[in-house]
Design a protein around this ligand. Structure first.
Ligand code: SF4
Ligand code: SF4
Length: 405
């Protein structure tokens, strides 16, 4: 592994929010108290040291930033107030931008102007597109019933959904592939594919439960884990409902489009039971997203814990877009229930103007990408550990001890 030093690293990391890493005097207290640190992957001291010494290449290949769930315990206990937890957070932003081959993520994280302009530009383009589409369908619009599918056809929305999902998946998966290659290093080619396949279940469990997060025993972490899980499951559920099951599951008797858009307006208000699973899932998403985002927004405003002390502009943008998407989503549903015709159509356009920029920018290039990187890196560490124990000598030279730089 190269030891080339980048003298500009700290300066570069300041653009991602780095503040106090320079104060660290390398005592190791933080690594000793971190519940998630292991002998194979010790952190956060090692990462703080890499930052101080300009070890950019080592940072690039490090899995550790993804193994930290930012409980903040290390920051509380650091005798130098060097805020190692925040350094780990900054490194996650930095790594996200380094994995991204388009350079878009870097711009998004390092320039507030670019971030705001990108969100506004995509939102305006979407809004204009929806309005022109509506005008083109003018003759078909139902002005008596709040039924947005009379303005924006189901088939058209489905195609648009699939095109967008394919493009976003392409960017996310190519960035993820770079992450896997870097983190696995020499093991990338050595580990048989079968082993990745066998451990894939572990990735799914980590993704669905965020179990590792709950491994931090810091006071108050359980509440943060619940909020984190609520945001993750709320979002994943609505994403599946809208993108994958837009046309529903025949055995459930309704499709999600009907639930979200037209069912009440078409006189079907009583047709769909309150206990219909699809309908319940839609409401679950709303309440989970509202609970999770409100908890985090409150904590950041009140700075209730070290991890809420420094809020990067992209953190605010993420929370605002997510909450606005949830609120406008439920308003569409209410508009249909009470048959507020113009309101329903207008709020649907606004909903798309916030939901689409959030998806386009956050999924492959920013915060939502963390949702993919974390469980993948956790799985990689499991695969690597298994390979070492099954194919290589464990004792001695293979496991890299924490560097005493
Ligand atoms: S970050 Fe703080 S606790 Fe950790 S090694 Fe540095 S001074 Fe010690
Ligand atoms: S924030 Fe928590 S999980 Fe992350 S390095 Fe510090 S103690 Fe460990």
């Amino acid at each position: 592994m190269s030891n080339r030093v980048d003298p500009n690293l700290i300066k570069e990391l300041r653009e991602y929010g780095l503040k106090d890493a320079g104060k660290c005097y390398n005592c190791g207290n933080c690594t000793a108290i971190c519940d998630l640190s292991t002998p194979e992957n010790p952190f956060p001291r090692k990462m703080v040291r890499y930052v101080q010494l300009g070890q950019k290449e080592k940072i690039l290949k490090s899995p550790e930033p993804w193994l930290c769930y930012y409980c903040g315990d290390c920051s509380i206990r650091c005798p130098r107030e060097a805020d190692p937890g925040e350094t780990m957070m900054v490194l996650r932003r930095y790594l996200t931008s380094l994995y991204d081959w388009t350079g878009f993520s870097k711009k998004f994280y390092t320039s507030e102007k670019f971030e705001t302009t990108a969100v506004a530009a995509i939102g305006i383009l979407v809004g204009l597109g929806m309005i022109f589409w509506g005008i083109a369908n003018h003759a078909m619009i139902d002005w008596k019933h709040a039924d947005v599918s009379s303005v924006w056809s189901t088939a058209g929305m489905e195609i648009a959904d699939l095109v967008m999902a394919s493009i976003l998946s392409f960017f996310l998966l190519t960035n993820l592939f770079r992450c896997v290659k870097l983190v696995m290093g020499d093991y990338f080619k050595k580990v048989p594919l079968k082993m990745y396949y066998e451990e894939f279940k572990y990735l799914l469990v980590q993704f669905a439960t965020q179990k590792q997060f709950d491994g931090c025993k810091t006071k108050g972490n359980r509440a943060r884990w619940i909020a984190h899980l609520a945001i993750m499951t709320g979002y994943a559920t609505i994403f599946l409902l809208v993108v994958v099951f837009l046309n529903g599951l025949p055995f459930m008797g309704i499709n999600f489009l009907k639930f979200q858009r037209g069912w009440a307006s078409m006189g079907h208000v009583n047709e769909i039971s309150i206990f219909n699973p699809l309908r319940l899932l839609g409401y679950y998403s709303f309440f989970a997203l509202m609970y999770g985002t409100s908890y985090v927004i409150y904590s950041r405003l009140k700075k209730t814990a070290p991890q809420f002390k420094n809020t990067h502009s992209t953190d605010w943008m993420f929370l605002i877009l997510l909450q606005a998407t949830a609120i406008t989503g439920i308003l569409i549903n209410l508009g249909h229930i009470f048959n507020w015709v113009f309101f329903s159509y207008a709020i649907y356009v606004i909903h798309m103007m916030v939901a689409i920029p959030m998806l386009v920018l956050e999924v492959p290039f920013a915060k939502w990408a963390h949702l993919a990187y974390r469980p993948v890196v956790l799985m990689l560490m499991k695969v690597k550990g298994r390979y070492i124990s099954e194919y290589e000598e464990i004792k001695g030279a293979v496991l890299e001890p924490e560097v005493a730089l």
